[in-house]
Design a protein around this ligand. Structure first.
Ligand SMILES: Nc1ncnc2c1ncn2[C@@H]1O[C@H](COP(=O)(O)OP(=O)(O)OP(=O)(O)O)[C@@H](O)[C@H]1O
Ligand code: SF4
Ligand SMILES: [Mg+2]
Length: 386
């Protein structure tokens, strides 16, 4: 299993990132009548040579987050610190050097490669554009890259349609590696592939990560795929991160009902047993529209344990362990959710979510990317730390 490098510094630090897409009316004068809140205030870090998994159902904002980080999209708000530089507002000329350092692998190996170009020109194009090697060395570099990703280097003059899905994804990976990036955003790189091929491609990515020390933001639909690849995982729901943590916190001690529901679908993950049997949570209904998300907690319309406070107050992403944060008023392991909201004393509200002026807010453990040395202990209901 991969571990994040000990003591590594963040290569990517994303803070309060937002992307709203305008919704236009029909007719001649197209007015903006709403906003799709695709990504709504996410904060996370990826360490140098490390790997963070980003997981959630369709439409929760994973790809938009990936496209913001690679600056294929411009953020509405927030900062994206890459290797010490805020890249959130860079102009296209300012972004050019960055295009070498952050690369993306796309979900669909059938549409992400130009069918009219040979593999040699697809993989070699970045070398020529960025003038990385002299022209006459491009071919040998392309062949080297094809070999690294497990393809026959003699096939450089073939076209994408002459390859299988798994092989095409290897071509996409070779293209992403061409400029020796520091960060790779892999947007569901294996979900379009046969299950038998998926493990091969994930293993290839894992080998490449070890060999070249590339950091990964690995986007996936379900928690099964990122489990062995990513030492840290963030779970997204409707544009927000609802739980983030190291592998043990997420897979063995999930505290958010949404993460617990996603884990119910992963066959070999043991969740806490309730009454001697493994609890299964089935998600019903669809993800609500990100144009008009539910008030308070966005998950409340599908949450099996929602209470009054959930509609009134948005739960903050609260650090509850050395490397574990969760956004739920009733955070607790499956079957052990508390009766009273754990967040009330921190937010100066009562158990129903009404303002409680006698309480004081404690923002110490709230907000910010990464993990602090202090966290809120759910058992003792007090701040604790290393
Ligand atoms: N260019 C766009 N214009 C308007 N809305 C968009 C645009 N791109 C994405 N969206 C909306 O933003 C929301 C998040 O989309 P996104 O593609 O990031 O989700 P996702 O988590 O990657 O989903 P999937 O698992 O299906 O790939 C969706 O509601 C989507 O319809
Ligand atoms: S805050 Fe409330 S609605 Fe949201 S996940 Fe927790 S219990 Fe469910
Ligand atoms: Mg997507």
């Amino acid at each position: 299993m991969t571990q994040n490098p000990v003591g590594a510094k963040p290569i990517l630090r994303v803070e309060e990132l937002r992307k709203y897409f305008p919704v236009k009316s029909g007719g001649v004068v197209r007015r903006t009548i709403g906003q799709v809140q695709a990504v709504d205030g996410v904060s996370f870090e990826v360490v140098e040579g490390g790997s963070l998994g980003l997981v959630g159902e369709s439409g929760c904002g994973k790809s938009t987050t990936g496209r913001l980080v690679t600056r294929l999209l411009e953020p509405t708000a927030g900062s994206i610190d890459f290797d010490g530089q805020d890249i959130a507002k860079l102009s296209s000329s300012g972004l050019k050097p960055l295009r070498r350092e952050i690369q993306m692998i796309f979900q669909d190996p059938y549409t992400s490669l130009n069918p009219r170009h040979t593999v040699g020109s697809i993989v070699g194009a970045p070398l020529e554009i960025h003038k990385v090697v002299p022209k006459k060395q491009v071919l040998s570099r392309v062949q080297e890259l094809l070999e690294i990703v497990g393809l026959n280097p003699e096939h450089y003059n073939r076209y994408p349609h002459e390859f299988s899905g798994g092989q095409r994804q290897r071509i996409g990976i070779a293209r992403a590696l061409t400029l020796q990036p520091k960060l790779l955003v892999a947007d569901e790189p294996v979900s379009a592939l046969d299950v038998s091929i998926q493990a091969q491609v994930v293993n290839l990515l894992q080998d490449l990560q070890k060999e070249f020390g590339i950091a990964f933001l690995f986007i996936a639909h379900d928690l099964a795929i990122v489990r062995h690849f990513c030492p840290e995982v963030a779970v997204m729901y409707l544009g927000k991160i609802v739980e983030i943590g190291d592998r043990d916190s997420i897979y063995s001690h999930a505290h958010h009902p949404y993460t617990q529901a996603l884990l119910s679908a992963v066959p070999d993950v043991k969740q806490a047993e309730v009454g001697g049997r493994r609890e299964r949570i089935r998600l019903t209904g669809d993800v609500p529209s990100p144009i008009n998300p539910p008030s308070g907690c966005r998950f409340r319309t599908r949450c099996p344990i929602a209470q009054e406070i959930c509609a009134k107050v948005e739960p903050p992403l609260l650090q509850i362990g050395p490397r574990h944060k969760v956004a739920c008023h009733f955070a607790g392991e499956i079957g052990h959710h508390p009766a009273e909201p754990v967040t009330a004393p921190l937010l100066a509200v009562d158990g129903q979510g009404n303002a409680d002026t006698s309480a004081t807010t404690d923002p110490t453990v709230l907000g910010g990317p990464g993990f602090s040395d202090q966290w809120y202990d759910l058992q003792t209901k007090s701040l604790t730390g290393r």
